[in-house]
Ligand binder design. Structure first.
Ligand code: MD6
Ligand code: FE
Length: 201
């Protein structure tokens, strides 16, 4: 594993996971999942997305970017719940709060190709990920495309951190193992990624 990759299995217990799903359901009334599309091809992602926090990550014909409002409703993103901020404080080893919490929703068959999280100004801050629902096969490699990769199974309640050398390493979700969790009533997987977008003053 690249240096700076940290894995905290079962960081959240079942009760904390259920509480988090309730908070997300409430936030999703204000900020429903949208369908991001690839900038060049216009193809939709198989993952649905929304965001929490002052900034949210979006992808459309114009490109990838962070913006303060939901692309469909035009409204500001709901705040990041305190319970989620607490996870960042516990594992990030970074003194400033995150500004964006991207919420990825994987229904049956959804996956995410290898990519680097590189749309942020501040790579000194790690990206913190929280997994909920069905187990995913997470693949991580090095800083260049085409290098050696390894996989980790991310189960409901697991937290992982991409900091240091791992911050700009390629990673993705090969697939989600249907029926491996009872957390989400309709099945599937939700992943939260917390990011610092701008350099702190
Ligand atoms: C996912 N995760 O777990 C996709 N990015 O659904 C990511 O793309 C990711 O887990 C940056 C850091 C950690 C991650
Ligand atoms: Fe990522």
């Amino acid at each position: 594993m690249p240096a700076g990759f940290k894995y905290f299995p079962a960081f959240l217990d079942r009760q904390a996971q259920e509480a988090l799903v309730d908070l997300l359901r409430q936030a999703m009334v204000e900020a429903p999942f949208f369908m991001p599309i690839m900038p060049r091809t216009g193809r939709p992602f198989s993952v649905r997305m929304t965001n929490l926090g002052p900034l949210g990550w979006v992808s459309d014909r114009a490109g990838y970017r962070y913006q303060a409002t939901h692309p469909d409703t035009g409204k500001p993103w709901p705040p990041i719940p305190e319970e989620v901020m607490a996870v960042w404080r516990a594992v990030s080893d970074y003194p400033h709060p995150p500004e964006a919490c991207l919420v990825n929703y994987y229904r049956e068959g959804a996956k995410m190709g290898l990519h680097r999280d590189a749309d942020e100004e501040d790579f000194a801050a790690p990206v913190v990920s929280i997994s909920l629902g069905d187990t995913a096969i997470f693949r991580i490699g090095g800083p260049e495309r085409g290098g050696k990769t390894e996989t980790v199974k991310l189960a409901s309640g697991d937290v992982c951190v991409l900091g240091g050398q791992a911050r700009l390493c390629y990673h993705g979700i090969d697939r989600v193992l249907t029926g491996t969790s009872t957390l989400l009533k309709d099945g599937g997987r939700i992943n939260l990624t917390l990011r610092r977008v701008r350099k702190p003053e």
